[in-house]
Design a protein around this ligand. Structure first.
Ligand code: HEM
Length: 205
């Protein structure tokens, strides 16, 4: 039976599922966002409006997921980074994770505020409607569009950095960084008994 919670050396099943489901949702939101804003605003073509509606609902799903993920992260042990990783890289990794969390909250929040300022309530797949905390205001609406866009571009940049670092650790440095975020396998990261070692090899830098 796979371990649900984190250990000192690797992530548990719940954190792994939340990490990869959020990766899928965030990539879908970015692709959808970039595509839909590029569509022309033509009178009778409702495709753009429908895609924006999907983007908003998916964005609220990301909001719910990041809330649950933060709660789970705070209630759990946070696995330590491999001691082979130099101190500056450990600091950089933790810093990037922190900014990623901040953006994962800030993007749905600015999207929601943008809709409020436009006077369009946000519904979530017919289950509930979010309250409008700000009154209709064209200037604020335009300001939130810009802030949302720059937050989205920053998220893209950090996700590329984060994924590249994970791949570099796996294929270049050949350590357990990526394996710790994948379900444990027989020949995989034997973390509990043997932290920092994979397949009997010591991690190297
Ligand atoms: C983590 C969650 C989210 C991500 C990653 C995300 C990402 C994006 C991206 C990449 C764009 C295109 C930016 C551009 O090129 O101009 C965009 C636009 C947009 N987003 Fe989001 N978004 C998120 C959540 C939300 C939410 C929750 C809402 C509303 C409830 C929302 C509403 C919008 C709207 C209305 C636009 C179009 C703005 C315009 O007309 O230029 N987004 N989003």
């Amino acid at each position: 039976m796979p371990r649900l919670g984190n250990s000192e050396f690797r992530y548990g099943l719940v954190a792994i599922l939340m990490h990869w489901s959020m990766a899928v949702v965030l990539i879908a939101l970015i692709l959808l966002g970039v595509y839909m804003v590029a569509l022309p605003d033509v009178g009778f073509n409702t495709t753009k409006i429908e895609l924006i509606l999907w983007h908003k609902q998916l964005g609220i799903l990301a909001f719910i997921l990041v809330g649950a993920r933060t709660a789970w992260r705070s209630a759990n042990t946070l696995p330590t980074l491999s001691p082979q990783i130099p101190a500056w890289q450990q600091f950089a990794a933790r810093f990037v994770h922190l900014v990623l969390y901040a953006l994962m909250f800030a993007l749905p929040a600015t999207g929601w505020m943008m809709s409020s300022a436009a006077g369009i309530p946000v519904t979530f797949f017919g289950l509930f409607t979010l309250p409008d905390y700000i009154t209709r205001d064209e200037w604020l609406f335009q300001a939130f569009i810009k802030v949302h866009r720059w937050f989205a571009y920053s998220l893209i940049l950090l996700l590329v950095l984060h994924a590249s670092a994970a791949l570099a650790h796996h294929f270049w440095f050949r350590d357990d960084t990526l394996k710790r975020m994948l379900p444990a396998t027989e020949d995989g990261c034997k973390d509990y008994e043997n932290p920092g070692m994979a397949n009997g090899e010591a991690s190297q830098h």
